[in-house]
Design a protein around this ligand. Structure first.
Ligand SMILES: [Zn+2]
Ligand SMILES: [Zn+2]
Length: 233
């Protein structure tokens, strides 16, 4: 049974339309026990200021019986850094990191690889989100090795997988599976009715024979260790 959704946007992202309470209510109706609210980071015009993410500490840890993970979908900038600083990342429950092409142009495969390896080795990223893009390339083996070393999960993103081409998805998912990486399921819902909807992800899991034991969303112990891996003050 799927117990968590690790990638949801609230009205705090200007391209999304549901409140945190609506998201938690929808998660509860779906039978989820955890939901991560991960609004866009500050470098995007549709994203939020860093103060917003720090202020998420005022939210209850449980709403409508669902554990709320206070997160961010941080942007990987062309210099390889995130658009939130390390101090902020350390107080969030969950940090997912993503390339977004509409605003930035990324470098060569070698440049992207060394920057991404350094970022994933820094310990601030929990999940590498939807990296199945033709417009940013990196050396898969080098990235998978650093993800395995740092327990960074690869995301199965419901929205992005529905649009991605097999030729871009296959090497990533087969490589990650064979490196024994952990995966997360994220709906990337921008409206609460999509929270916990994973039909494309489930098709992908079957197509690529991704073992259930490598998928965090099915396992309470793995979910807790992902949610609690940061040392909180
Ligand atoms: Zn994204
Ligand atoms: Zn997103």
């Amino acid at each position: 049974m799927i117990l968590a959704d690790f990638h949801v946007h609230s009205v705090a992202s200007h391209d999304a339309f549901s409140t945190v309470t609506e998201i938690c209510s929808a998660a509860s109706r779906r039978g989820l026990e955890w939901v991560a609210v991960t609004d866009h980071g500050p470098a995007m015009p549709i994203g939020q200021h860093a103060y917003h993410f720090a202020a998420m500490s005022v939210l209850p840890n449980t709403i409508r019986g669902v554990r709320l993970l206070k997160g961010v979908e941080a942007n990987i900038l062309p210099d390889g850094c995130l658009d939130i600083d390390t101090e902020l990342a350390e107080v969030m429950d969950i940090v997912i990191a993503a390339y977004h092409s509409t605003l930035w142009t990324y470098g060569s495969k070698a440049e992207n690889t060394s920057k991404l390896v350094a970022l994933l080795d820094s310990g601030v990223v929990d999940i590498l989100a939807h990296p199945y893009h033709p417009w940013v390339e990196f050396e898969l083996d080098a990235v998978f090795e650093v993800m395995a070393k740092n327990n960074v999960a690869l995301e199965l993103n419901e929205k992005a997988l529905a649009l991605a081409k097999h030729e871009h998805v296959a090497p990533l998912l087969i490589g990650a599976r064979d490196h024994g990486l952990l995966f997360t399921l994220g709906s990337d819902a921008h409206y609460h009715t999509d929270v916990g909807g994973f039909s494309t992800c489930l098709d992908i899991i079957r197509t690529y024979s991704i073992p259930m034991a490598q998928i965090i969303n099915y396992d309470r112990i793995k979910i807790c260790s992902l949610a609690e891996r940061r040392c909180k003050p």
